[in-house]
Design a protein around this ligand. Structure first.
Ligand code: NAD
Length: 366
């Protein structure tokens, strides 16, 4: 399938203009563009501008609410429970993380519960926000939308791709960021494969009969047909971690776990998140962190390489490399670009305003 190349700055402006046209205030539109373009820049197209058609449907269905702020449900200093009020995840989560960072500055540690945010996107973005303030953060997230992942041993989808994320700041160097879906592949990557008409890697999907498949279309069945399911990563281990994300992200924060009774807003993707944010400088022994890290990384890299591998990477390295490669222009597949144009047309129809089709920004194809 044809890949289009769009200038990074122009695409950022287009996303900002689209949400301004829909009614977002300046801050919300900018944060949404920063986040979505940021995901494309790190190579996670699954969580980049390709999410916009879904967000627009959610907004048109009166599910995603624009210009909302978090409200405090309970506050005991270092423990903070917030409601995202079904607001744009890119804006309400920024606000929630900022509050948690402030609390961690005051108390050394903050435990943040954020419930009912609209899709909060690439969770690594929030770990990077904490790292930029010198904080370590650990995130457990559940996903309230149509179940996608089969529990280990099962073959029907029962929960979402529940991401797990850790960010660690490193003095004088970029942060270490571990950030992944607990499914064998993120659902957005199945969408990208489906749009590009390419198969997904083996071991990621089950078809409607519970049999292994590499065909992404099983997750997009005809109306009325039974969908397939994603598998957990690392067999029982990924499933068990996802189970904990469901309980810590949702049940502990007062959010909902995924069940037919809780799926009341089917066009939207809701996230609930538990984040632990703490100041490593205030932990005894943290002064030796840099030396320990360097020594450990040297030891790791002393390993002989497996065939087909050129180097041993650290969490966060692949995203940094892609950021450099995409600084000037971002590839968007033809199907996703057509969906962005359609989303802009929907916004135009609803409000009389729109930035025009994104496809006019395309400067090259491959
Ligand atoms: P992935 O499988 O690409 O894994 C990415 C992680 O692995 C990164 O931390 C990366 O630095 C690290 N990594 C990759 N190769 C490495 C190597 N060779 N050595 C060391 N570390 C390496 O990620 P994914 O599962 O496709 O998730 C993509 C994104 O989807 C994430 O940003 C996640 O937050 C997001 N997500 C969001 C939701 C939601 O509901 N908001 C749900 C699921 C996933």
């Amino acid at each position: 399938m044809t890949e289009h190349y769009l200038p990074t700055d122009a695409l950022h402006q287009w996303v900002e203009d689209l949400w301004r046209a829909a009614g977002s205030d300046e801050r919300e539109a900018r944060l949404t563009a920063d986040h979505l373009i940021g995901a494309n820049l790190t190579g996670h197209d699954s969580h980049g501008v390709g999410m916009i058609p879904k967000y627009v449907q959610s907004w048109l269905g009166d599910q995603l609410q624009l210009n909302r702020h978090v409200t405090v449900l309970s506050d005991s200093g270092s423990l903070l429970s917030l409601d995202g009020n079904r607001g744009m995840g890119q804006a309400v989560t920024e606000e929630a993380m900022q509050m948690a960072i402030e609390r961690a500055r005051q108390h050394g540690v903050a435990v943040l519960g954020l419930r009912e945010s609209h899709h909060l996107g690439r969770v690594g973005h929030w770990a990077e926000q904490a790292c930029a303030a010198g904080m370590i953060s650990i995130h457990f997230v559940n996903v309230l939308s149509r179940p996608m992942v089969a529990p280990h041993g099962g073959c029907q989808p029962r929960y979402g791709t529940n991401p797990f994320t850790i960010g660690i700041p490193v003095e004088g160097a970029p942060p270490l960021v571990l950030d992944f879906a607990t499914s064998a592949i993120a659902m957005g990557k199945v969408r990208v494969a489906h749009n590009k008409r390419v198969p997904v890697p083996e071991g990621c999907l089950l078809d409607a009969d519970g049999l292994p498949t590499i065909e992404p279309g099983v997750m997009y069945p005809e109306a009325g047909a039974t969908p397939g399911a994603l598998r957990a990563f690392a067999e029982h281990k990924g499933y068990a971690l996802a189970f904990m994300c469901e309980l810590l992200g949702a049940a502990v924060t007062g959010g909902h776990t995924v069940r037919p009774e809780t799926l009341t807003h089917p066009q939207a993707i809701w996230n609930n998140m538990l984040a632990l944010v703490f100041d490593p400088a205030r932990l005894a022994g943290s002064t030796s962190f840099g030396a320990e890290l360097d020594a450990f990384v040297n030891w790791l890299r002393s390993s002989r390489l497996q065939q087909g591998h050129e180097q041993i990477l650290l969490p966060g390295d692949p995203e940094r490399a892609t950021r450099r490669a995409r600084a000037e222009r971002i590839p968007v597949d033809a199907m996703t670009l057509a969906q962005l144009d359609e989303a802009a047309a929907f916004v135009q129809k609803a409000t009389g305003r729109s930035p025009g089709p994104a496809s006019r920004l395309s400067t090259a194809t491959a």
